[in-house]
Design a protein. Structure first.
Length: 54
């Protein structure tokens, strides 16, 4: 199985930095419960807009 999109996540004390390589989307979220929920929602939104797998 070949994937077209990869996700990179950098977690620090204050933020969660995310990059979706393959579609060029990046975003920073706060490293707290609300930020994590927003992060999951953002990834789900982009996974529906993009073809993740071949």
């Amino acid at each position: 199985m070949k994937y077209k999109v990869f996700i990179g996540i950098d977690v620090s004390k204050l933020t969660i930095d995310v990059h979706l390589h393959g579609i060029g989307a990046s975003k920073t979220f706060s490293n707290e419960e609300k930020g994590f929920a927003l992060f999951l929602s953002w990834v789900k939104k982009h996974s529906k807009q993009s073809e993740w797998r071949r």
